[in-house]
Design a protein around this ligand. Structure first.
Ligand code: BTX
Length: 327
């Protein structure tokens, strides 16, 4: 609630000092008993608040959570993340986002969970999302663009996530077309873009992002431990998930505004600077064939262009790609 947000702001600004009960009740315009009730609510959310007679309250510990309180406090965006739908445990944040988008959720609404028990990747693959370790979220956008341009938003999101990770951790991930973000060749982030649209009109685009933040090697199961990594593993220290998500919301908002105003041009250039597979020999495994050749770049629609050994250009809309061993 707004009151709790204001309360947390007060404690954060006090920087570990006491804030008197009287001051709080003056600022909030409510009784001392009401203040006490709000403090109890915060405690239930995992905030550690110390109360000392005649001095007041001070904050001594925050929960390791990405609740709406944590995400809203100090958030610098005007749209993305201004509405947070938070849950401890869900099947998939995508599912909830689809539902609330249909019910009319505002653009910029974000669904966040501490854990997904049935997180989804592309093509019905699973996305492993253990509790309190990652940023598992779905963002609802409502752009007025033709549906066939929606894949550009996947590329835009990848740029935003790379920039946010750089800013918060100083690590520099690479992008692998179309939606993988890698560190040292291992998967750090997965992006899944889905939409609700008519033939010629988008109702909503739902961008699902999973960032491996604080997992340790032992947190990954047999299936993915050789292909997955986390920021903590790469950086050697724990990362504040809420701060990372806030940085991501701001980067996403900035790029999205640029995109709506000026189109895909700048986003494409940025994307290409982070992409590892462009300008190299690659293999693209599509549903129907394996295509090997030189990755020339992406089109304005985000389609990957591969030139094979006969000089034929292939337009790849969807595939898994890998670098070819052949030079
Ligand atoms: P993808 O199909 O490109 O990747 C899925 C594959 O990645 C899996 O088959 C597995 O090999 C591997 N994998 C699974 N979990 C992880 C992990 N935690 N780290 C690294 N590799 C993994 C990528 O699909 C798109 C994923 C989007 C996930 C977000 S989370 C929030 C939102 N809700 C939801 O259900 N999905 C999205």
């Amino acid at each position: 609630s707004d009151i709790r947000r204001t309360l947390l702001e007060m404690f954060t600004n006090a920087d570990g000092d006491y804030v008197s009960g009287q001051k709080i009740s003056d600022l909030l315009g409510c009784s001392r008993t009401a203040v006490w009730k709000h403090i109890e609510e915060l405690r239930k959310d995992g905030y550690e608040l110390e109360a000392v007679r005649k001095k007041g309250y001070r904050i001594v510990g925050k929960p390791n959570k990405v609740s709406s309180n944590e995400l809203l406090l100090g958030l610098q965006t005007t749209k993305i993340g201004q509405y947070i739908h938070y849950e401890e445990s869900v099947h998939s944040t995508q599912k909830i986002a689809h539902r609330i988008a249909q019910e009319g959720a505002k653009e910029g609404t974000v669904v966040v969970a501490e854990e997904q028990t049935a997180g989804r990747g592309r093509l019905d693959r699973a996305w492993y999302s253990p509790k309190y370790t990652g940023a598992w979220m779905s963002i609802i956008l409502r752009p007025s663009i033709p549906p066939q341009q929606a894949p550009q938003l996947t590329l835009l999101s990848a740029v935003a996530v790379v920039q946010a990770i750089q800013e918060v951790t100083n690590l520099s991930p690479d992008i692998k077309w179309p939606n993988d973000v890698l560190l040292n060749g291992k998967k750090l982030v997965g992006i899944l873009t889905e939409m609700q649209a008519d033939f010629d009109r988008i109702h909503s685009v739902i961008i699902g992002i999973g960032i491996n933040v604080n997992q340790q090697e032992t947190d990954f199961n047999e299936q993915i431990k050789h292909i997955a990594t986390s920021l903590r593993i790469e950086k050697g220290e724990e990362i504040n998930r809420a701060a990372l998500m806030q940085a991501f919301f701001l980067k996403l908002e900035t790029l999205y505004e640029e995109y709506l105003k000026n189109g895909f041009g700048l986003i494409k250039v940025l994307w290409e600077t982070y992409a590892i597979s462009i300008g190299k020999r690659i293999i693209a495994r599509t549903m129907t064939a394996n295509i090997e050749g030189f990755a020339k770049g992406i089109t304005d629609e985000g389609v990957l262009l591969i030139e094979d050994d006969e000089g034929v250009i292939h337009r790849i809309h969807s595939a898994d790609i890998e670098l070819s061993a052949k030079k």
